[in-house]
Write a protein that binds this ligand. Structure first.
Ligand SMILES: NC(=O)c1ccc[n+]([C@@H]2O[C@H](COP(=O)([O-])OP(=O)(O)OC[C@H]3O[C@@H](n4cnc5c(N)ncnc54)[C@H](OP(=O)(O)O)[C@@H]3O)[C@@H](O)[C@H]2O)c1
Length: 341
């Protein structure tokens, strides 16, 4: 199978996929029968190029990493907006990796709609459109014979959704609890060492784990988006982030963390989605977990999900929830699943 790919957004995650596509070109052809050509990259910062004959991905990665515009490369068309790239690139699949916006999902929402309306496949790690417009986008994909894959919106490349398509097919999920935000888990882990919230947050910001404006993480918005996507995927609901009961960790004190530790508990920011009759109940809040709970032992930026299932009881998966390579990998596996039908 030959697949033409276009990148909409070419920051950390887009380039992570780019690295893997280059590294695994032969392996993909040999072991999976998949050959690819990158026909366009459109990024506000890195520049925009389109060439139906294929662009030099290695050179594009080098330039983008060096902060040099992609438009210094030879290409049939340069400077096209993301939407014009979607309309004119002729790509079979679009990689939508622009920023997450939890207010209206833009610009990713418009990008995904435009690609799906043309019957083109989309793979994305963008939580905004998937949390806010989940059912609408999946319906649009179905109506146009296209596929929409979004594995990396939760736990980056660590398998969550697709576990239940393959290895655990036929197993029903009753409830999901998880640590889905690395930044807040890192902060809580460091506080247990006796350090105050503000001090640890500043250090996480210096190390690049937390944004200058940490609201999305510490007030639980990022976890809320992920919990919403999980509930809608596993329970067939159409829940919106605004319906999720949300509390972050900004009011958690060192005293609370140490007292919990002395009781043999750990405070964790837990995203929870429970199946209810005809729907789901979704929440994000700090919870003191007994040490025997597998989630209590997830430290630092690591993520984890515990699925309560009807056939196997509890299953916990643990792995990275962010990063160039791990999140780029989620897109590679989504593209493979599309290319292999
Ligand atoms: N990084 C991770 O580990 C991770 C993990 C899971 C999910 N995600 C999600 O994956 C997505 C990409 O993350 P990232 O870390 O790669 O972000 P990033 O490094 O900020 O890259 C996003 C790129 O998209 C560009 N962009 C923004 N609006 C655009 C538009 N309208 N048209 C074309 N390009 C546009 C940005 O340019 P400007 O910078 O100039 O705006 C930037 O270069 C986000 O939605 C993020 O939440 C990331």
């Amino acid at each position: 199978m030959k697949i033409n790919i276009a990148f909409i957004g070419f920051g950390t995650v887009g380039r992570g996929l780019g690295d893997l596509l280059l590294e695994k070109r032969e392996e993909l052809a040999r072991d999976y029968g998949v050959e690819y050509k990158v026909v366009a990259v459109s990024d506000i910062k890195a520049g925009s190029i389109l060439d139906e004959r294929g662009i030099d991905l290695e050179e594009a990665l080098k330039l983008a990493d060096a902060g040099t515009s992609l438009e210094t490369m030879p290409a049939q068309k340069k400077g096209l907006s993301a939407l014009d790239t979607i309309k004119s690139s002729g790509a079979d699949a679009f990689v939508e990796v622009t920023w997450t916006n939890l207010t209206d999902g833009e610009p990713g929402y418009s990008h995904i709609k435009a690609a799906l309306s043309l019957g083109r496949h989309v793979v994305t790690t963008n939580k905004g459109p998937m949390a806010l417009h989940y059912r609408e986008l999946l319906r649009l994909a179905q109506d146009n014979g296209a596929k929409l894959k979004f594995k990396g919106t939760v736990l980056s490349g660590t398998p969550a959704f697709n576990l239940f398509d393959g290895p655990l097919a036929g197993c029903s999920v009753r409830s999901i609890r998880g640590i889905v935000n690395g930044t807040t888990n890192l902060i809580l882990s460091e506080m247990e060492k006796g350090r105050g919230y503000e001090e640890v947050l500043k250090e996480a910001q210096r190390a690049g784990y937390a944004e200058a404006d940490p609201t999305m993480d510490v007030e639980g918005w990022d976890a809320t988006a992920k919990a919403t996507i999980l509930a809608n995927y596993f329970y067939g609901t159409d829940i919106k982030p605004s319906q999720v009961k949300r509390k972050g960790i900004s009011s958690i004190t060192l005293d609370q963390v140490i007292k919990a530790k002395n009781r043999g508990e750990r405070i964790k920011l837990i995203a929870r989605a429970d199946r209810t009759e005809g729907g789901a109940e979704v929440s994000v809040s700090p919870v003191a977990l007994p040490m025997a709970d597998p989630l209590a032992n997830i430290m630092g930026v690591t993520n984890a999900l515990t699925f309560a299932t009807d056939c196997l009881g509890d299953i916990t998966i643990v792995g990275p929830g962010a990063g160039r390579r791990a999140t780029g990998y989620s897109l590679l596996t989504d593209l493979l699943s599309i290319a292999r039908g």
